[in-house]
Design a protein around this ligand. Sequence first.
Ligand SMILES: *Cc1c(COP(=O)(O)O)cnc(C)c1O
Length: 217
Amino acid sequence: MSIASNLNAIRKDLPEHVELVAVSKTKSTEEIMQAYNAGQRIFGENRIQEMSEKWTDLPKDISWHMIGHVQRNKVKYMAPYVSLVHGVDSLKLLKEINKQGKKHKRVIPCLLQMHIAKEETKFGLDEQELQALVADEEFKKFRNVQVRGLMGMATFTDKEEVIRKEFHDLKLMFETLKNILPGLDTLSMGMSGDYRIAIEEGSTMVRIGSSIFGERQ
Ligand SMILES: *Cc1c(COP(=O)(O)O)cnc(C)c1O
């Protein structure tokens, strides 16, 4: 199967209100251009340096999404162009993104990453941390970041009921957060292995890599 035909098969599968982020981490500019020529304009990367090199080399009408963990000292490299930062999980990081946004006279769209999986990982907020973050006086004063919604990753398992419950919980957190931040419109959940479940549970944005580009090395 070619990249273009993989992409078209996935597009047919997605409802109209669900946006597709083609996850191109580790993939070459040639492979990304195959997807681009098939009409894809949103690409996701998990390393800022790699994304910035691709941004330099590839057409400027591509929207670049940072889907990985963000180190604060690297925010400056993506601040001029990044379209959406999915992995924001601290006030400190949001503060740096706001600072860099201001420098570039931009409002940088962000998603707060929630820890929903059973697995141990350093990344992502729990519900209490989310409540504390959005209630912080400093958060309310940021003018150069815009929180658009939430992002989360389900447990890596073949137990569908576990995945479904985690996505369901994330959707509830998203709806609850809308009471405080009414402008929210993006719920980023679902990857190659679980995007159909994510969509059934209310995802508005899926991040799909291997089903489009093939397995990564
Ligand atoms: C790599 C990655 C994806 C895509 O994973 P696939 O299983 O290849 O679709 C999605 N989200 C994040 C955060 C990733 O790091």
